[in-house]
Design a protein around this ligand. Sequence first.
Ligand code: GLP
Length: 233
Amino acid sequence: MKVLVVKNQKDADRQGVKIFRQAYKHGARTFGLATGGTPEGLYRELCQSDLDFRDCIAINLDEYVGLDGNHPQSYRYYMQSNLFNQKPFAETYLPDGMAPSAKVECTHYNWIIATNPIDLQILGIGQNGHIGFNEPGTPFTSTTHVVNLTPSTIKANSRYFKDESQVPTQALTQGIGNILQAKQILLMAFGPEKAQAVKEALTGKVTEDLPASVLQKHPHVTVLLDEAAAALL
Ligand code: GLP
C-alpha cells in the first residue's frame, strides 16, 4: 500500500489525475468510479484535462434505492453533471435504483463487473470506514447487494438533501468482493472527520467491522490524503 500525503485537496486532485493518466497509458480502459464529496475535485480536474475517455467504460460503486437518474441527489445525476456530460465514456454503468427486482439487478450488475474487469477503482471512505455503501459487518466476500443504510451514513449524506427524512434508507452497492477484484485501487480521503477511519483502515486490524481495512490485503492500493485526514497516522 502506497500512502501519499499532500498539503491540501487541490494537490490531491492533481495527483489523482496523474494516477488516471498513468493507468490509461498502461492500458486501463475500465474505471471504477465513486460519488460523494471526496472525488468532486478529481472529476473537475479530469474535466479540465486533455484525457479522453471515449474508448473507456465507467462502472460506479452504488446508487440509492428509489431514486431515478433524473433525481438531483441520485448518483447517476451526480456522475452525469460532475463528469460524464463533459467527458463522455463509451459506456457508463450504475446500479439501477428503480429496478423492479433488486435481486435481478444485483445479479446483472455482478455480470457487468465480471465482463468488464475494473482496471482502476476510485474509493472514498465513510466516517465509519465504509467503502461504497458497505457498512461495518459486511462480509469481505460480498458481491452487489441491497443495504440498509446506517443512521450515521444517512446523517452524513443528508447534507445533499433538504433534510434527513428525504435520504433514502437503502442503496444498491457493489460488494467488498467486487471491489477487491479491481486491479488497482485509489482511495482518497480529506478533512479531519476522516482521520480516525483512515488510521484504523491503514494501521488497524483487518476486520469486517471496518470495511476499508480490507484494502491492506489488496496488492495495488494508493491512498491519497490531505494533511488533516493523515493527522492520526
Ligand atoms: C457515501 C458513498 C461512498 C463515499 C462515502 C464518503 O456513503 N456511498 O462511496 O465514499 O459516502 O462520502 P464523502 O466523500 O462525501 O465524504
